[in-house]
Design a protein around this ligand. Structure first.
Ligand code: ZN
Length: 172
């Protein structure tokens, strides 16, 4: 396994609509293992392939509490939301937007259909944090970022603060 480099805004791969996964082969299994390692190393609850520079409809998730991390890894290829209901609002962060937090409205419950590493179709029900995480990661497959959930004015302020922080980090 290898830790991958996380692409951060404004990397153009983050704005691309990702392509379907068609090959359920060894390289996909390797990608899943590397993405999981990268997610855990960065304390993320989810990671989408575009965030590591791979424009594929593929993501990993694990929203378990710290002591159970690694035991509940979910791997989803070509996920689709079948049903969604309820509303939830959450301050979300993103590994591709370090330091940024945006209040986002999501569905509180979603039913998702996806394929596993063997290409088998499965369904899963997700509530609360898992529902939020899966919707967040699926946004990445459309090239949608947290920023796109903010109003135009708010977005401008968020980008300004983000760029200031990046510049500060670069000069340190
Ligand atoms: Zn994200």
């Amino acid at each position: 396994m290898a830790k991958l480099q996380i692409r951060v805004y404004p990397d153009p791969v983050l704005k691309k609509k990702a392509e379907p996964v068609t090959d359920f082969d060894e390289s996909l299994r390797q990608l899943a293992a590397d993405m999981a390692e990268t997610m855990y190393a960065n304390d993320g609850v989810g990671l989408a392939a575009p965030q590591v520079g791979v424009s594929k409809r593929f993501l990993v998730l694990d929203v378990s509490p710290t002591e159970e991390r690694g035991r509940n890894l979910l791997v989803l290829a070509n996920p689709q939301i079948l049903l969604a209901d309820g509303d939830v609002e959450w301050d979300e962060g993103c590994l591709s937007l370090p330091g940024m937090s945006v209040k986002v409205h999501r569905k509180a419950h979603v039913q998702v259909e996806a394929q596993d590493l063997a290409g088998q179709v499965f369904r899963m029900d997700a509530d609360q944090l898992l529902a939020i995480a899966v919707q967040h990661e699926m946004d990445h497959l459309e090239g949608t970022l947290l920023l796109d959930h903010a109003s135009r004015l708010k977005r401008r302020l968020l980008i300004r603060d983000y760029q200031r922080n990046r510049m500060k980090e670069d000069s340190e």
